[in-house]
Write a protein that binds this ligand. Structure first.
Ligand SMILES: NC(=O)c1ccc[n+]([C@@H]2O[C@H](COP(=O)([O-])OP(=O)(O)OC[C@H]3O[C@@H](n4cnc5c(N)ncnc54)[C@H](O)[C@@H]3O)[C@@H](O)[C@H]2O)c1
Length: 257
């Protein structure tokens, strides 16, 4: 059996970003019609996929905007067909300079992160589920910070932990409708933002000390498990939380000392 998403429509949020582009590309390679959705539009990423002969279209909306999402979902249905698979991938975090302990944390940063990273998953899932019917898959991108908190990132950590339990709640509720809901927790992935962090040697050493595999993930290494969990190979998997982190959350120390 090969992974084949022919005649399936996949909606990917945050599709203009590092992970979203890789996830959209792999679904397209597997035959899906891909709706690339992003706050800043994803027209260029969609055009690149069309140039390769794939079916892809870009849509511009904000995962915080419930009315806008409803509209976006019906636009996707009109141009690519009803959504069979939803990838809740859009997410933000504060930059290193904004990170603070809880007592000093900026309220507006807390609000922004929770509204995109947690509310956004709820908003998009709700809108898509109304038209999904029976059968389908939702895959939420959380983070290992949802499993193992990092200091000075309380909003990101809380939002991503919320995504994990929202995944499980939806899995319970939706199993009778034949809809599977799973979650991936990436460790650190080599995209533009994390590559900037990575070039700083102190940060690199600190991160490496937690990663038994001794390197960041490539975006494609998150896209692979995402596609797997949405495929028929994962037909008995729902409510699962898969860390894709080079061993980070296996525990213990990655280095001898
Ligand atoms: N890169 C990592 O190391 C890493 C690690 C763990 C988890 N993650 C998670 O992976 C997901 C993808 O992140 P990425 O690394 O590709 O980052 P990224 O910044 O490259 O991409 C995120 C995308 O989300 C979009 N977005 C932001 N706010 C939005 C909104 N309100 N509505 C719609 N789109 C919005 C952005 O425009 C951007 O294109 C996020 O949920 C992130 O938390 C990333």
């Amino acid at each position: 059996m090969q992974i084949d998403f022919s005649n399936r429509t996949v909606m990917v949020t945050g599709a203009a970003g590092g992970l979203g582009t890789a996830i959209s590309g792999l679904f397209a390679e597997c035959g899906a019609r891909v709706a690339l959705c992003d706050l800043k539009g994803a027209g260029e990423a969609a055009a690149r996929l069309r140039e390769l002969g794939y079916q892809a279209e870009g849509f511009s909306f904000d995962v915080r905007d419930r009315n806008g999402i409803e509209e976006g979902v019906s636009q996707i249905a009109s141009s690519l067909g009803g959504i069979d698979i939803l990838i809740n991938n859009a997410g933000i975090n504060g930059g290193p300079e904004e990170r603070q302990t809880v007592d000093a944390y900026h309220d507006d940063l807390w609000d922004r992160i929770i509204s995109v990273d947690l509310d956004g998953v709820y908003n998009c899932s709700k809108a898509v589920l109304r038209s999904m019917g029976n059968g389908g898959t939702i895959l939420n991108i959380s983070s290992i910070t949802g499993l193992v908190p990092l200091r000075n990132q309380c909003a990101f950590t809380a939002a991503k932990a919320g995504v994990i339990n929202l995944t499980k709640a939806m899995a319970l509720e939706l199993a009778p409708r034949g809809i599977r809901v799973n979650c991936i927790c990436p460790g650190t992935v080599g995209i533009a933002v994390t590559n900037t962090l990575w070039q700083n040697s102190d940060t690199m050493k600190a991160l490496l000390a937690h990663i038994p595999m001794g390197r960041q993930a490539l975006p494609e290494e998150i896209a692979g498990p995402t596609v797997f969990l949405c495929s028929e190979y994962a037909s008995y998997i729902t409510g699962a939380v898969l860390a894709v982190d080079g061993g980070w959350t296996a525990g213990g120390y990655a280095r001898n000392f």
